[in-house]
Design a protein around this ligand. Structure first.
Ligand SMILES: Cc1ncc(CN)c(N)n1
Length: 222
């Protein structure tokens, strides 16, 4: 029997749950997240998204077939058109101008995560790269769904972070997540146990770097 994406989350169960259910996420859901933490996160996420768009462009470059190229293009479009498009508007609502975004200094957690993914993609193959990217695209879709399943999550005007949840529960984002899951399931079906172990390691590393990114927001670390 072949592997599926859920085998990766099962192999890294504790790290995956620590990422999805991080205190930053919980506080964002119940509207207790300090505004300074959200602002710090938003700024760093702007830099993060630019590097992740580059990583999807690398996936396009490494794509041997039209189907692979389409999937890389899907990830790139989601970041550039859906996330970054809304992000700049979000930032301005939170008092962060485009000029301020252009002058930002990258925090170490942003640097570590984005460069890890780009390095994994450069030295590995297309599947290595998609697995390194998966906690980002699949994780945020799952986080929105997890938040919506919690009785403590506030929605609408009661929550200043509502628009953030709305972005990741949107049809467009959820469809991109599903397409990525299908692509990963199809590729993982053929891998050997030894190869699956290598991929699990990449998935775990990227998931742990997502945890550090949340923590950076909470700690306001640079
Ligand atoms: C750090 C991080 N990880 C994931 C996502 C969702 N693309 C994001 N915007 N930022």
């Amino acid at each position: 029997m072949g592997y599926r994406f859920t085998d990766l989350t099962t192999a890294c169960h504790d790290d995956w749950r620590a990422y999805i259910e991080h205190d930053f996420v919980r506080q964002l859901g119940n509207a207790t997240l300090p505004e300074a933490s959200f602002r710090h996160y938003l700024k760093q996420d702007y830099l993060f998204l630019i590097h992740f768009a580059r990583a999807y462009a690398l996936a396009a470059y490494k794509s041997p077939t039209l189907a692979d190229l389409r999937q890389a293009h899907e990830g790139l479009k989601t970041i550039v058109d859906v996330e970054l498009g809304l992000h700049v508007g979000f930032c301005s609502e939170w008092g962060i101008s485009e000029e301020a975004l252009a002058e930002l200094q990258e925090a170490r957690a942003t640097m570590a995560y984005t460069r890890y993914v780009l390095d994994t993609g450069n030295r590995g193959d297309l599947l290595d790269l998609h697995v390194a990217l998966a906690p980002c695209l699949v994780g945020y879709g799952e986080i929105a769904n997890w938040l919506n399943a919690q009785s403590t999550t506030l929605r609408g005007t009661h929550n200043p972070f509502d628009a953030w949840i709305a972005m990741y529960e949107s049809e467009e984002f959820q469809a991109a997540m599903q397409a990525e899951l299908e692509w990963l399931d199809a590729r993982l079906a053929d891998v050997t146990p030894a190869r699956f172990n290598e991929l699990s390691k990449i998935f775990r590393d990227a998931t742990r770097l997502e945890i550090d990114f949340w923590q950076m927001g909470l700690d306001l670390s640079d």
